[in-house]
Design a binder for this molecule. Structure first.
Ligand code: PHE
Length: 343
């Protein structure tokens, strides 16, 4: 009789020790223990030999054996099924067509900027860079605009509360000062970038816009060099046949001028863009004021130079026949994706 209990305990130990490694082994486990001719069935068949007063104990032992075997079987079965499913998900069909990835597009302002850079690069200008958060000295003082100068009112900007004397640059001209202070002539650079003005004072629609600055300093640089350089640019950029230089004023250039390009009024867009005059104002320019050269450590007796600064947005409008400057900053993807083919 004790034999029967011993045998049942042995089976119990065996079940605990089993660990089928895959679904075939698990099926073998099921047949061996839980099958119609399995070990548990044959142990149950021994019940008749157990004395009455121990039938209860034996029954309980049988129950716990059955539960242990079934629990092991169920949990392993689920684990193997899960494994098979995720293995199936990983099986990639390499011949299936790929998901289309939408191509991004450069912003029309960036495209225009790159075109400007290209044209000046052909004339030997290299790209220089300066910070958008600028100090007062580079943005104004070095550009011949001391603190009480009325020209400061024209370029009101945003001042940093936590950093006195720091501001968002109002033009790319401070890069002139940075370059002149750190290099010796000949200097031939352009400096594209973002600039800021307080829109309640500026007439621009937006308090942030883009400019490209140009600076050429060497021995014997003349106004004729300035004119020819800008004429070449106008031809390359717009196919313009005529430019016009109107006398103007900037504190950091002397003499100063504003350059217009001739677009004519043949198309309605050109008529509108030029306000019916045929001329589009593109940039400010002039001969670098000798005081500016001296402030930046360059001998104004030996060297002379010219500088210019142009807004990019208006050029982008003309280049891509965009009717409203605000479209450039709304970030409407339907608008922006039209420039996919531009570089
Ligand atoms: N910085 C001037 C502006 O923002 C443009 C300019 C640059 C004029 C260089 C002359 C020389 O209006």
């Amino acid at each position: 009789m004790q034999d029967i209990f011993d045998k049942a305990k042995e089976v119990q130990t065996a079940i605990d020790a089993e660990s089928p490694a895959n679904s075939e082994a698990l099926e073998a486990f099921r047949i061996q223990y839980l099958g119609a001719k399995g070990l548990l069935k044959s142990l149950m068949a021994e019940m008749g030999k157990v004395p009455n007063e121990r039938k209860r104990d034996y029954g309980q032992l049988m129950n716990s054996l059955k539960q242990a075997a079934e629990a092991k079987y169920q949990s392993l079965k689920e684990a193997f099924e899960e494994k098979e499913q995720s293995a199936g998900a990983l099986a990639i069909d390499l011949s299936a067509p790929g998901e289309p990835v939408p191509l991004g597009a450069r912003h029309p302002v960036a495209v225009t900027m790159n075109r400007i850079i290209d044209i000046f690069a052909r004339m030997g200008f290299s790209v220089a860079d300066g910070p958008e958060i600028e100090d007062d000295w580079h943005n104004f003082t070095a550009m011949n605009t001391p603190e009480d100068h009325p020209a400061r009112d024209m370029q009101d900007t945003f001042y940093l509360v936590d950093a006195p004397g720091m501001l968002l640059r109002t033009h790319t001209s401070p890069v002139q000062a940075r370059v002149m202070k750190s290099r010796k002539p000949p200097i031939r650079i352009i400096a594209p970038g973002r600039v800021y003005r307080n829109e309640t004072i500026s007439t621009r629609s937006h308090c942030q816009f883009h400019q490209v600055e140009g600076l050429y300093v060497d021995e014997g640089v003349s106004f004729a060099d300035l004119k020819q350089t800008l004429y070449y640019f106008a031809q390359e950029m717009f196919g313009a046949t005529k430019i016009r230089l109107r006398p103007s004023f900037f504190p950091f250039t002397e003499p100063s001028a504003e350059m217009d390009i001739w677009l004519g009024t043949d198309t309605e867009k050109d008529y509108r863009l030029t306000k019916g005059t045929g001329w589009l104002e593109i940039l400010g320019c002039g001969m670098v004021d000798p005081d500016v050269l001296e402030m930046c450590g360059i001998d104004s007796k030996k060297y002379s130079g010219f500088a210019f600064g142009m807004g990019i947005e208006r050029q982008a409008l003309r280049l891509y026949e965009i009717g409203d400057i605000r479209l450039l900053f709304e970030n409407d993807v339907r608008f922006l994706k039209q420039f996919r083919s531009a570089m």
